[in-house]
Write a protein that binds this ligand. Structure first.
Ligand code: SF4
Length: 487
């Protein structure tokens, strides 16, 4: 499962380029396809300068070559800028899709650059509308739609708050936006439901915002605040405002941020991601039915499941062992490969010496298609020779697709949706993945483990209750099925 993007922005007297680079490194887990920055240069004819390319942050900024890295930094030496890391859930993976997107214009207030994190669920409708209005769209991506809506709205509005209100009122979905214009106005907006996280902080005159708090704390910011759903932070001429730019009908924070996507050291809506995952492990352990004996060990699937494994092991008084080691240095060819069996072998090393003859509780954060887990079990059994493998999953069965930026858009690819809510659904999944037993987290356990009120979360991929109109509409076209109810 993959995520779509991370954004950040920075304003200070100088060195924005360096801090943006550092923040993007901390957001790398949110997208590895491309990255880039736009910086503000008030004394230069090219008031906005964008550097972006395909590749990891260090590749794009040529970190391996000191001279080239310093040259990029010098060329973008500035006090203000925005940055982006991308994972594609829509649009091709070529350089022209890399963000930020710059929209040049002869007027400074209409010349802007922006980047975004999320997914527009009503993309097709808006695309058709714009085309009917004689717009020529050159890329197959929602980012271009936002660009046109923004430029149109800026032309018609008296302020950037008004412009964002106008540009986003037709958008349905998840859309956190970082924005910079040629007047030097720097802004970030969170969509009305707050699907994706977005936070900000001040350090004297310096301001920073980012998809995750880890990007801010890593460059020395403390007292980090969440931008509320429907809020905007706008900074210009030494003045900063944080205000609502649009109404928020309700919060729908994506629960998957805590379960899987976000960095464990990030804090989202006041909840440390590590703590949430640890709590999910404790909840999962409370469902345990296996007899615990001296051969039992807990093996988390690295990296995101490690805190879950620790919580699970602590509750059952079992050792939590790194029987699987993740290879951190896999290149792009690996990421694009469709051979899941080979991918699993390349991605993980099984440490036979610590799991041979053991009864393993293999703890993972989620099962989406089931193919990775199936291949992983075959691989562990063959190489590690454990006595038994009992799979424990910290997220309940994923029954419905996500239309808000998570890479699981078809119901037919979800293993839990295939078996629905039949009494023997979990048993059928267990057989298909080849585990000795299988226990999923319950929805109640998930909510308790994360520690957020249920009605503040988006749980649509679990229960089919989409927070937006377009989500409910798209659900009708994603295949028949029944929502999974809590047990
Ligand atoms: S549908 Fe699932 S993955 Fe998508 S935003 Fe909602 S909770 Fe997150």
């Amino acid at each position: 499962m993959n995520h779509k993007c991370g954004i950040c922005g920075f304003s200070a007297e100088k060195n924005a380029e360096l801090f943006l680079y550092k923040m993007l490194l901390q957001l790398q887990h949110r997208g590895q396809l491309s990255s880039g920055i736009t910086t503000f240069h008030p004394n230069d004819p090219m008031r906005l300068r964008t550097h972006k390319d395909l590749g990891l942050v260090n590749t794009v900024f040529r970190a391996e070559h000191n001279g080239k890295f310093l040259s990029i930094m010098k060329n973008h030496s500035s006090g203000k800028g925005i940055g982006h890391v991308r994972y594609a859930t829509s649009g091709a993976d070529d350089k022209t899709y890399a963000q930020p997107f710059e929209r040049p214009h002869g007027r400074k207030n209409k010349w802007f650059s922006f980047c975004f994190n999320g997914n527009i669920a009503n993309y097709s409708d808006l695309k058709t509308e714009l085309e009917n209005d004689n717009y020529h769209l050159v890329r197959d991506t929602d980012t271009e739609i936002i660009m046109h809506l923004l430029s149109k709205s800026i032309k018609e509005s008296g302020s950037l708050f008004e412009a964002f209100n106008g540009a986003t009122e037709r958008l349905d979905g998840a859309f956190n936006i970082a924005f910079l214009n040629a007047e030097g106005s720097l802004a970030a907006t969170r969509d009305p439901f707050g699907f994706r996280p977005l936070c900000y902080a001040f350090n004297g005159e310096n301001i920073a915002f980012a998809s995750e708090s880890i990007a801010l704390s890593s460059i020395g910011f403390s007292d980090i605040l969440d931008l509320k759903p429907g809020e905007m932070i706008l900074s210009n001429n030494g003045h900063t405002e944080v205000e609502s730019y649009t109404k928020s009908p309700k919060s729908a924070f994506c629960f998957f941020e805590w379960v899987y996507f976000a960095h464990p050291a990030s804090v989202i809506e006041g909840v440390l991601v590590y703590k949430a995952r640890h709590g999910l492990g404790i909840e999962l352990a409370s469902l345990e039915t296996q007899k615990i004996d001296k051969d039992c060990i807990v093996v988390p699937v690295p990296d995101s499941s490690r805190p879950v494994g620790e919580g699970f092991a602590e509750k059952l008084d079992l050792p939590c062992i790194e029987g699987l080691i993740r290879n951190r240095y896999l290149g792009r060819t690996f990421i694009e490969s469709n051979d899941r069996a080979q991918k699993v072998k390349d991605k993980f090393t099984v440490v036979r010496q610590v799991i041979e003859g053991k009864k393993i509780f293999l703890v993972d954060d989620s099962i989406v298609r089931g193919t990775t887990m199936k291949n992983l079990i075959v691989y562990i059994k063959k190489v590690g020779k454990p006595k038994e493998i009992h799979v424990r999953v910290s997220c309940p069965p994923i029954m419905w697709p996500c239309f808000y930026g998570i890479d699981m858009s078809s119901r037919s690819e979800l293993i839990a949706a295939k078996y629905g809510i039949e009494d023997n659904a979990v048993e059928n999944i267990r057989i298909e993945i080849g585990a000795d037993s299988l226990i999923y987290q319950t929805q109640k356990g998930l909510i308790r483990g994360i520690g957020m009120p249920k009605d503040s979360l988006c749980l649509a991929c679990l229960n089919g209750e989409y927070p937006t109109k377009m989500g409910e509409k798209l659900k009708l076209f994603c295949g028949s099925g029944r929502a999974c109810t809590d047990k």
